[in-house]
Design a protein around this ligand. Sequence first.
Ligand code: FE
Ligand code: CA
Length: 493
Amino acid sequence: MTRREFIIAFGALPALAGACRAVRLRSDPFTLGVASGDPASTSVVLWTRLNGAGEPGVRVDWEIAEDDQFRRIAGKGSSLALKELGHSVHVEVENLRPERHYWYRFMAGGEVSPVGRTRTAPSEPPAQFRFAFVSCQNYEHGYYTAYRHLAAEDLDLIVHLGDYIYERRFGPSTVRQHEAGEVFTLEQYRARYSHYRSDPDLQAAHAAFPWIVTPDDHEVSNDYAGAIPETNALSPEQFLMRRAAAYQAYYEFMPLRRSAMPAGPDMRLFRKLSFGNLIDFHVLDTRQYRSDQPCGGERSPQCEDALAPNQTMMGPAQEKWIMDGLRSSPARWNVLANQVLMAQVWQLRNGIRTYSMDKWDGYVQARKRLFDFLAEARPSNPIVITGDIHTHWVSDLKLDFNDPSSRTVGTEFAGTSISSGGDGNDSAPEDVLASNPHIKFFSNRRGYVRATVTPSLWTGDCRVLPYVSRPGAAVETRASFVVESGRPGVQRA
Ligand code: FE
Ligand code: CA
C-alpha cells in the first residue's frame, strides 16, 4: 500500500473522524514500550502500540528531539492508532540529520510513553560503525539478560534475524511460565507478542537503539516453507490464512516501514539499508518464497531433491534482487542478514553424511548460484550474519565446501540465541568441527554477536552468558574474529 492508498483507505472510514478526538484511556496505554527501526540518513520509523485501547481509532501525538529533555524538538505530529492494526503506531519521521542520536516519545489519552533513543544512519563513510545481531528468544526457555547487556552497549544498531516469538511450546524447559499454547489467529499471535514484549530487558534494548528486523519460521510456525506448513494438518489455503494473521501481527509489533505492510499472506521484507557507503545491509527473507524442505525435511543424506536446480531458498525475484543489489553496492562491507545456516555442515550417521534440510544444505544449487555470483562479480567484502541455530558458528564460505583449498567467497557469523535452548554448556561437537574445517568456532552458550566495523577491518565478538535460567548473569566475549577488507576469510583476533 502506498502512502496515498493508505490515506484514501483511512479517509474512507468516516467513523474515525469523531473517534480520533482525544480520549481518556482507562489505564496506561504504553506498557508495551517504544521502538524505532529501519534508520536512513534523514529518517527513521518510530513505533508504539496502545495496550488495552477499545476505541476504533485513538489519536497519538509524537515528538522527536535532539536531547533527552526534549528542549530541541526536531519534529512532532499526530498519528491515529487504528483498531484494525491493533492500535499500533508506525511513524516515518523525515527531515532528520545524519549520524545523530535522537530521543522520542508518544502521548495519548493524557499519558506519556517511556522515552526511546534512536540514531540515524551516516551519509558519509563513518570511521567506525558498531552493531549487534540477535535471534531466537523463546520466552519460557530463559531470561532476556542478553538484552539487558545489549541496552548498555555502545551501538549504532541492533539486527534481529528471527524467532522473535515461538508459536508453540518447544522442549521441556519452562524457566519462565506463561500460556504458551499454539497460536493460529490474529488475536492469538497478538497476545503472544504482547507477552514477549512485556519483558523489561527486551523493552530496554528496543528503547536504546534502532532495530532492523526480519522473521524466521517461528513468527508463523516451525519450519514452514512458502505456503507449505511443517505437517499437513492444514491445507496450503488454510496455512496462508494463518500466515496472513502471523505477518499482520509481526508488522503490528515491529518498527517497520509502510512498505512492509502485509497484503493478506504477502509481506515485502527483503530490503536494503545503507550506512554511509561503509555497510549495506541486504536483509533476506528465506521463508516466504522457499521451496519445501527436501528429503523428508529433517536431518538426512542429501537426496536428489536437495541438489535439484529448481530448489529455491529466496525465490527468483529475491535472488535477482540480491545479485543486482550486491553488484551495484558502493559499500565497503556487504552484510547479508540471513536466517538459516549458510555454511555446509555434515555429520556422520550410521556411516553416511547427513545434513539439516531446513538450512542452505537442503538448497544446494540455490547456494551455488549465490556463491558462483560472489566469485564472479566480486562484490566488496560479503559477510553473512545468521540466526536460527541457537549456537555460535563462525565459518569461511567456500566456493566448494568439499575442497578446503577452494576459494573463500565470504564469511558467516551465525549468532547464538538470546534464550532458546536454555543455559547451554561448554562442550562442542568435535567430530563435526573436525570434518568441516571451514568452521572456525562453535559455542553452545546464549548471547549475541557484536560487530565493530571500520573501512579496513571487521571485528566480530561472540558474546556469551553463563546461564539464562535465572536473571543477573554477566556477559563476556568468548572469542573474537576479524576479517580484513579485501581479504576473504576469517582470522582469530
Ligand atoms: Fe529459534
Ligand atoms: Ca528458526
